[in-house]
Design a protein around this ligand. Structure first.
Ligand SMILES: [Zn+2]
Length: 396
């Protein structure tokens, strides 16, 4: 067993802060006009930086193509035993339009490090890289093999995590790096997004009785979603993440002011609790729409196949990664109350891959994606120490 105290003492806050600042200075926008302005480079400069960083530390890395020109960075520290633990952090950020601060300064001021990605999720990415390189530098053989995965495209299309899953990666646990304010997150919500379409019959608005108004039908569906289905969902609760939520987020219908609309569609975003299945969630929406079909005379309503579906995640104290992380957080912060969060992470895919996972990282989700994103510098060495302790105890 490696000497934990000695390795903890080797964490240098200034080096770690410098590393996170450097990461923030590298643009890695995965979508929006700014992403295109970057000449389609997306995360490419980050990939180069990580590769060089690990090479200097003597860590073996591998690039995994996720899309043309876009690569996950995989780094491995061989372990003493048969188990393995994934440390995952995404390399991309959301766009920088409307930011009030210089997005790529990486400036440290009054105990905060500023810039796009500082909190989501380059602080945690840096802490993971730092820990991996520390293990290599100190020639530590942890109990389990540590597999670092720097993944692309978390903020939009998920091609990074999709490629990782397709590669057949096996592991006994995973830490997903996202801003949790150093808290241990053991449950996350998933999300289902789909369209519901009403089809009517067009007619001249001088004789609306000749047609069937799809907008009128959909108006009743929308009202019933709000008044009837949402309260039903509110009665379901999960101890860590609360209730599923349902939002009608887009409505489109009609062609011209003088034509009775023959089509209207809405987009529904339905948040999913850990344990809820795809069949359950879709069955419930379909049953609701069936009620509406019988209530609205002549309505032609259709639920389209979801264009996004992410399951909720949950791991339990029996999962080794939960126990190791709980001990590590307890040791560093003096207290640990595992919690749930309402957003989705790469954890859903890891769960589908059969890998129990927790979400953990520096910075608050309140600062993620904001106009003046920052992370508290004092959290960086604590995040690194917690990650280091997890790496040194998992699989022992
Ligand atoms: Zn993130």
């Amino acid at each position: 067993m490696p000497d934990i105290a000695q390795l903890v003492a080797a964490i240098n806050s200034r080096d770690l802060t410098g590393l996170v600042s450097q990461l923030v200075q590298i643009p890695s926008i995965s979508w929006g006009p700014a992403g295109e302005q970057m000449g389609g480079r997306f995360e490419a400069d980050m990939v180069q930086f990580l590769t060089d960083y690990f090479r200097r530390a003597g860590v073996s890395t591998e690039l995994q193509e996720a899309a043309p020109g876009r690569h996950n960075v995989l780094a491995t520290i061989p372990g003493a035993g048969p188990k393995s633990l994934v440390l995952d952090a995404h390399l991309d950020t959301v766009p920088v339009e409307n930011m009030e601060i210089e997005p790529f300064s990486g400036e440290v001021r009054d105990g905060r490090l500023y810039g796009r990605g500082a909190c989501d999720t380059k602080a945690t990415l840096g802490a993971m890289m730092y820990v991996v390189s520390l293990l290599a530098r100190e020639k530590v053989r942890p109990p389990a093999t540590i597999r670092f995965t720097g993944t692309v495209d978390e903020e939009t299309g998920f091609c990074g995590i999709t490629a990782l899953a397709a590669s057949g990666l096996k592991a006994d646990g995973a830490v997903v790096g996202e801003p949790t304010d150093l808290q241990l997150v053991v449950a996350t919500k998933g999300a289902a997004r789909m369209k519901i379409r009403a089809t009517g019959r067009a007619a001249h608005t001088a004789q609306p009785e000749q047609g069937h108004n799809a907008v009128y039908d959909m108006a009743r569906v929308v009202t019933a979603l709000q008044d009837r289905l949402a309260p039903r969902l509110a009665r379901k609760t999960h101890p860590l993440v609360g209730s599923p939520r349902l939002t009608v987020s887009i409505i489109q219908g009609g062609r011209r002011a003088n034509i009775v609309p023959d089509e209207c569609t809405i987009d529904v975003d339905r948040r999913v609790l850990p344990g809820e299945t795809r069949e359950e969630v879709l069955g419930e929406i379909e049953a609701f729409v069936q009620e509406m079909r019988t209530e609205i005379e002549g309505a032609e309503l259709e639920v389209l196949e979801p264009y996004a579906f992410v399951l909720g995640t949950e791991c339990t104290p029996e999962d080794e990664v939960y126990a190791a992380a709980q001990k590590a957080v307890q040791a560093v912060l003096g207290t640990c109350r595992p919690k749930g969060v309402p957003y989705t992470t790469h954890g859903s895919t890891f769960q589908q891959m059969g890998i129990p996972n927790i979400t953990f990282g520096a910075g608050s989700i309140d600062q993620a994606h904001t106009a003046n994103e920052w992370v508290e510098v004092a959290q960086l060495p604590k995040a690194a120490e917690i990650l280091l302790r997890i790496c040194l105890t998992f699989g022992a």
